[in-house]
Structure formats: structure tokens, C-alpha cells
Design a protein around this ligand. Structure first.
Ligand code: S3P
Length: 428
């Protein structure tokens, strides 16, 4: 049990956060299947990214940690070999789904498994399209759940309209499509994060994006490159909200990835009345990067509708905390997909915010949260979900008596050192 006490002074100063988890996975994957030595700088040391690193080591890729970054010796798609045993994806849905796309086109069989949370998450969404491309993937009891046994094959390109807005599904199909015979056309219902498209191009792939449709030719070889992973906006969001809800705060977060397909949280907070400035916008490796300045004040409740889901998907736990501390009512709708995350984030946030004295109405696709000025201190549960843990820590900064968090270690999945950072900002 770790306690986060209420904060007694504004949050000020500067901070940076670990490298973007989504971009980090892709940097490792593309480096591993490209030809030549790539160097990845600022890869997040969290467990999720390390799962992807270990997976490619299991597949025979030479990866070394050097002082300035990770050196990855890619030998092309054919440089991957059958793993000696099961590949453990831990808690990481991105590792499992993107790796499935890579392995679907390799001439061997591999088994992917994960922790109890990952074993509950839906995999049929990648099994179907990868199956149509020619791979044979069997799942536990045929129910679309891990462990997955992937029998790779000579793939053929497909035209596929996905019913779910998921960057992981899109990325799995792009990674398979790059190896396939013929053209692949992937259409998504809402534009999701485009890190895979950006990174594929950075490694020399040719692909066309028009609206919500990605088109690519098959049999593409990639070439190595060096790249630097920008700071993770999804990790920064916890500090952005912490500063936004503590009057008098003035915090700068440096070197943030600000890709518009990911930055819904900044738009929502802006609508809630948060004072956030984007400073020195620039580009690194095709990704938009900037510094953020946040000043504290009082937020107002807003409607967060279905149109926000894809761009904001990982920030609902922390936005629920922002809503709990806002003036008035916030309504989240069209966000059923939150029930498929590391935990059921609608159920978990509703139950934990209630423990902090917040009035919450839970619905199938969202919730309504009645804001209040301060929260009630309580013991809370993370359900092993890193973003729930960090969101509840931020709630603790505004809870009389603080919050006691049952499992703070799960934050290490995406943000090792998060709680130490919070303590430093709290000034204790
Ligand atoms: C991710 C996509 C999103 C997101 C996850 C990371 C990615 O998942 O929630 O944290 O890196 O592609 P879905 O594709 O399931 O929406």
C-alpha cells in the first residue's frame, strides 16, 4: 500500500517524462525487421516496451543496450527465427497484437501469451483479418483469447474495413501487409494514432494515407535508421491534470510528443478551461513534438462524446479525475472500448471515484461524473492497471487525508519512477 497525501502547494518547475510507449514499440519492431543497425534513443524503460525488446531477442535479433541507446541489428524480415519457447507479452496488448502482424508472415509457428489481464483482452479483432491474409492463428478454446498460436504463411494482401477503431489492429495489418503478396487496403471507422504509418515511412516503406484508409504494396524491405522517441503525452497527462487542478501551479513539460491523433486530452482539458500552452512546436522523425506549459485554476465539466474516443483513448482515467474535480457535470459517451483495456476502465474508475466521495453514474459506453472541489481520502484499488494507479495518485493530491493505493508497482508498465516524481512535485 502506498499513500499519496494531499498537496499543500502549487506544482511548479519543469519536468520530462519517459519516451512514448506506443512509438517505442514501433521503433523496436521496425528496427528489428529492417536491414542494418538502428539506434533507438529514449526508449521507455517500462515493462511494456521491454516485452517487445525481449520478444525480438527471442526471435533471434541481436539487441544491445549501449550508453546512448538501444542498438538493434536487423537482418530484414527473413532475419527472424522461430523462438525457443512461448513469447511472454506480459501486460502489453501492443506487443501481442503488433507482433501477431509480424509473425503472421513468417514461415514458422510461435506462441504468444501474457498476464491474466492480457489473457482477458479481445484478440479476435486481429485473428480475423490476419486469417483472411492467410495466417492460421488458434486461440484459447477458440474464443479469441491468448495464448495465441500463430502459424505464419505466405500472406496475400487484403481489403479490410475494420469495425473497431484500433491502432493496434491497423498496425498488425500494416505489418502483415508489408510482407504480403499484393496490395493491402485498410479502412478504420475513426482515425486512430498514426505512429505506424509515420514510422513505416521513416524506415523507407511506401504507403498512402487518404482519410481513414491506408494503402500499401506488399513485399517491402525496410532500411535501418536512428531515431529518438519523444516524451509520452499519455504519461505527461497525469502531471498536466495535476497542475491544471491545483490553483497557482505553473508547470512546463519538455519534449512531448504532440501527434494530433493522440492529443485529444489537450482539447478536452482546454474545453474544461485548463490553461495549456504549446511551446516551440517542432518535428522529430516525422512526429510532432513540443513543450507544454500548464497553469492551475478551476476546471468546468464538459461532454466528452464518441468523436473524442480514438484521439483520447488512454486518457479517460485521468480525465475522469479531472471531471471529479471540476465544477459541474462531465458526461463521457461512446467509449465502450474502455472496457477492453488493461482493466475495464469504466467500471474501475467509477468504483474508485465513488470511494473518494464522487457521485458517478456508470453506463455501458461511459459515465457521468459530478465534480466537487475536494475529494474524500480513502483506500483505493488499481486492478493492476497502470493508468488507473496513476490517475488515482493524482486524485490523492486533492483528497483530504490522501489516498492509499493497493498496488502502485503496476505504474512501472509505462512510467517507472512515477510515484517518486509525484512525491518530488508534492515537495515532501
Ligand atoms: C495503442 C493503441 C491503443 C491504446 C494503447 C496503445 C498502440 O489501443 O489504447 O494503449 O500503441 O497502438 P487500441 O488499438 O486497442 O485502441
Amino acid at each position: 500500500m502506498r499513500t499519496v497525501e494531499a498537496i499543500t502547494r502549487p506544482l511548479t518547475g519543469e519536468l520530462s517524462v519517459p519516451g512514448d510507449k506506443s512509438i517505442g514499440h514501433r521503433a523496436v519492431i521496425f528496427s528489428a525487421v529492417a536491414r542494418g543497425r538502428s539506434r533507438v534513443l529514449n526508449l521507455c524503460a517500462g515493462e511494456d516496451n521491454l516485452r517487445t525488446v525481449h520478444a525480438f531477442k527471442d526471435l533471434g535479433v541481436a539487441i544491445r543496450q549501449e550508453r546512448e541507446g538501444l542498438h538493434i541489428e536487423g537482418k530484414g524480415w527473413d532475419g527472424l527465427h522461430a523462438p525457443g519457447g512461448m513469447i511472454d507479452c506480459g501486460n502489453s496488448g501492443t506487443t501481442m497484437r503488433l507482433l501477431s502482424g509480424v509473425l503472421a508472415g513468417r514461415p514458422f509457428t510461435a506462441t504468444l501469451d501474457g498476464d491474466p489481464s492480457l489473457r482477458r483482452r479481445p484478440m479476435q479483432r486481429i485473428i480475423d483479418p490476419l486469417g483472411r491474409m492467410g495466417a492460421r492463428i488458434s486461440s484459447r478454446n477458440g474464443k479469441g483469447l491468448a495464448p495465441l498460436e500463430i502459424h505464419g504463411a505466405n500472406l496475400r494482401g487484403i481489403r479490410y474495413a475494420s469495425l473497431v477503431a484500433s491502432a493496434q489492429v491497423k498496425s498488425a495489418i500494416i505489418l502483415a501487409g508489408l510482407q504480403a503478396e499484393g496490395t493491402t487496403v485498410f479502412e478504420e471507422p475513426q482515425r486512430t494514432r498514426d505512429h505506424t504509418e509515420i514510422m513505416a515511412r521513416a524506415f523507407g516503406a511506401d504507403l498512402t494515407v487518404k482519410g481513414n484508409t491506408v494503402t500499401l504494396a506488399g513485399r517491402q524491405e525496410l532500411s535501418a535508421r536512428d531515431l529518438r522517441v519523444p516524451g509520452d503525452l499519455s504519461s505527461a497527462a497525469f502531471f498536466v491534470v495535476a497542475a491544471a487542478v491545483v490553483p497557482g501551479s505553473d508547470l512546463i513539460v519538455r519534449d512531448m510528443g504532440c501527434n494530433p491523433t493522440r492529443s485529444g486530452v489537450l482539447d478536452v482539458l482546454g474545453r474544461m478551461g485548463a490553461r495549456i500552452e504549446i511551446l516551440s512546436p517542432r518535428e522529430e522523425g516525422g512526429e510532432p513534438v513540443a513543450d507544454l506549459r500548464v497553469r492551475g485554476g478551476r476546471l468546468n465539466g464538459v461532454d466528452i462524446g464518441p468523436e473524442m474516443v480514438a484521439r483520447t483513448i488512454d486518457e479517460y482515467p485521468i480525465l475522469a479525475v479531472a471531471a471529479a474535480l471540476a465544477q459541474g457535470v462531465t458526461t463521457i459517451s461512446g467509449a465502450r472500448e474502455l472496457r477492453n483495456k488493461e482493466s475495464d476502465r469504466i467500471a474501475t474508475m467509477a468504483s474508485e471515484l465513488r470511494k473518494l466521495g464522487v457521485e458517478v453514474e456508470e453506463r455501458e459506453d461511459g459515465m457521468t461524473i459530478v465534480g466537487q472541489e475536494r475529494l474524500k481520502g480513502a483506500a483505493v484499488n488499481t486492478y493492476g492497471d497502470h493508468r488507473v494507479a496513476m490517475a488515482l495518485a493524482v486524485a490523492g493530491l486533492r483528497a483530504d487525508g490522501g489516498v492509499g493505493i493497493d498496488d502502485s508497482a503496476c505504474a512501472d508498465v509505462s512510467f517507472p519512477g512515477f510515484f517518486e516524481r509525484i512525491e518530488r512535485l508534492r515537495g515532501s
